[in-house]
Design a protein around this ligand. Structure first.
Ligand SMILES: Nc1nc2c(ncn2[C@@H]2O[C@H](COP(=O)(O)OP(=O)(O)OP(=O)(O)O)[C@@H](O)[C@H]2O)c(=O)[nH]1
Ligand SMILES: [K+]
Ligand SMILES: [Mg+2]
Length: 331
């Protein structure tokens, strides 16, 4: 789905948006984000065939270096990004462009130096938050619809703990949403949640895997503490330790499904998988095969985890599961 762009961070250079990057052959994109010299480029060189310069000084990497990681028949782009620093979201060290490139990814691998202070993680998260990235979170459970007229209609499922009607009214007015319908569905919603919903086109909800590198330099007890944190993996690129576990975990987080196709009377083709996203249906599988296949679609036969019995005869809206075998029968 993505070509491999050499994203240029020279002053004035434009970072391509996701839309422009779609349409090629890769199935997903992972961005390596972190402070300088945490080992992002070292990791890229380990998990792809691309070599990105590695050195002990900060800002060795100055442009986004794309590599391709092959996994279970899928091709995943790994984007090695320049290191970012505190204040990056305000433009320090061209950080805004770097973070914006991360915004186009399906998964952020936040590479952290296990020998550095624990605060580094929160500092980085703050920089990503500031450009509208929300890590490991779902969009707030607030329904908001703009109207042409009729003023504001504010409703709650149950009384919110952190919001009241007056606050909501004031915020909507500040954002010039004078005619709209609001339904707060979750009592724990905050002012920030409401603003995220108002700003929805500028918010990006991305999964994040925290990758602590350089565990060769820390104590075993601290390593155990780090490894127990949620969404966290630990590794040492230097000692080649834990790299394959990092890759496995990244694959799991991407939640991509491998679908094998089968022609009538022929054994399934396990040499090439179609890669679709989580919650994909037979319709998405058809679209991956050919744009107009849907129009000729009669039914599909499915073998695998998504089938109640094998083969199960299903329609376009049947949700598929990882490693299903699908046979499309057309009119
Ligand atoms: N001790 C130790 N050093 C490592 C490890 N991985 C990488 N390094 C060293 O850390 C330094 C920085 O590595 P890079 O891969 O250049 O780091 P980077 O994050 O790409 O840095 P920038 O591009 O400057 O942001 C190099 O000297 C690496 O050899 C590791 O697991 N353990
Ligand atoms: K470096
Ligand atoms: Mg680098």
């Amino acid at each position: 789905m993505y070509p491999s762009p050499e994203v240029n961070f020279a002053p004035g250079a434009q970072v391509q948006g996701r839309a422009e990057l779609m349409s090629s052959v890769l199935d997903a994109r992972i961005a390596l984000v972190g402070f300088p010299s945490v080992g992002k480029s070292t990791l890229l060189s380990k998990i792809t065939k691309t070599k990105s310069a590695v050195a002990s000084y900060a800002f060795t990497t100055l442009t986004a270096i794309p590599g391709v990681m092959e996994y279970g028949g899928a091709e995943i782009q790994i984007l090695d990004l320049p290191g970012i620093i505190e204040g990056a979201s305000e433009g320090k060290g061209r950080g805004r462009q770097v973070i914006s490139a991360a915004k186009t990814s399906d998964l952020i691998m936040m590479v952290l130096d296990a020998t550095k202070k624990a605060e580094q993680r929160a500092l980085l998260e703050k920089e990503l938050e500031a450009v509208g990235i929300r890590l490991n979170r779902k969009p707030p459970n607030i329904y908001l619809k703009e109207k042409k007229a009729g003023g504001m209609k504010i409703n709650f499922m149950s009384p919110p703990k952190n919001l009241d009607e007056k606050m909501i009214y004031n915020i909507l007015r500040d954002y010039k949403m004078l005619n709209c319908e609001v339904l707060v569905r979750d009592e724990n919603c905050t002012v920030d949640d409401l603003i995220d919903v108002i700003m929805a086109p500028h918010r990006k909800y991305i999964k994040c895997l925290y990758v602590y590198n350089k565990i060769d330099c820390i104590s075993l007890s601290y390593l155990n503490t780090l490894a127990r944190e949620p969404h966290t993996v630990v590794m040492s690129c230097e000692l080649d330790l834990g790299i394959s576990a990092v890759v496995d975990r990244a694959w799991e987080e991407l939640n991509l499904l491998r679908i094998y196709t089968k022609r009538k009377g022929v054994a399934p083709d396990f040499s090439e998988a179609l890669i679709v996203r989580q919650n994909a249906t037979i319709e998405d599988v058809c679209d991956q095969i050919h744009r107009s296949l849907k129009e000729k679609f009669k039914y599909a036969l499915v073998w695998g985890a998504s089938a109640r019995h094998v083969p199960q005869r299903v329609g376009l809206n049947h949700p598929v599961a990882d490693e299903d075998v699908v046979s499309i029968v057309s009119k």
